[in-house]
Design a protein around this ligand. Sequence first.
Ligand SMILES: C[C@@H](N)C(=O)N[C@H](C)C(=O)O
Ligand SMILES: [Zn+2]
Length: 222
Amino acid sequence: MTEIVLMSDPRIAAVPLQERGERLVDVRRDSSLAVDERKWQDLAGAFAHVREGVLARLLKAQAQLPRGIRLLFVEGYRPLSLQRHYFDEYGDQLRADHPDWSVEQVRSAASRYVSPPEIAPHSAGAAVDLTLADADGRELDMGTRMNATPEESAGACYTQADNISDQARSHRDTLGTALTAAGLVNYPTEWWHWSYGDRYWALMTGADAAHYGPKELPSKRS
Ligand SMILES: C[C@@H](N)C(=O)N[C@H](C)C(=O)O
Ligand SMILES: [Zn+2]
């Protein structure tokens, strides 16, 4: 298996940024993408936003899926404050479970599941957590629930895990083939996390610089 580069790897933070200044767009603005309702308690709708270039690539990926299968968008943009909260919360849990671990061990293990805020692809509007659904909107079996931790899934959340069924493997491959062809990069510890234009993407593709850095979502005028 090829080496997994974790989000805490210093090579990611070292990637230069050439910010393109693209807007964050709401993927619900038309019905091209199915958007799951599990994050709709976020009343400002931040979760439904991604950079324009990311949405264009998601639509390209969707067009390449087999007939009757669609992308199901779950979470895109995440404010930095929320990213920080997720990272600290999971770090606290790991520290409680492993009191002997060093600060660096906790940071590295936490980054298997949540990005350190300073390089977070979601807070740049560059990442999306998504899955596949059939024509009736039913989610396909991907082997674990989305956002399963490595601990709760015995590592089955890793994209290339072998402790999933053949059918789940085939669904993951279908998702991966379409998104990779459209230019997105997967985080190998999470089958559902894909990004374009962020620092992780730049390191993995050999791009000179990231296109998208952390961004605030402009508040809507009432
Ligand atoms: C928390 C999980 N849904 C996620 O998005 N993880 C990645 C690695 C992230 O925080 O960027
Ligand atoms: Zn994600």
